[in-house]
Design a protein around this ligand. Structure first.
Ligand SMILES: [Zn+2]
Length: 67
């Protein structure tokens, strides 16, 4: 359990996620920077939210990547 950052596309889909707890802060920052470069909106959510909502984007076949 813990918090994560997600990257949300303009269509509303969660296409990226990185765990905050248990990860080196530098890696978390790098992941978030990648999300921003990909044009995603960053949100801080619970790991439970990630589990339920991180399903990729059916609107764009190339939209999903994992960090
Ligand atoms: Zn989508």
């Amino acid at each position: 359990m813990g918090d994560s950052y997600i990257g949300r596309k303009v269509c509303g889909c969660v296409v990226a996620a990185t765990s905050i707890s248990g990860q080196n802060p530098t890696e978390v920052a790098n992941d978030v920077a990648d999300f921003i470069r990909s044009g995603l909106t960053i949100e801080k959510v619970t790991s439970e939210y990630v589990r339920l909502n991180f399903k990729g984007c059916p609107h764009d076949k190339q939209g999903k990547f994992e960090a």
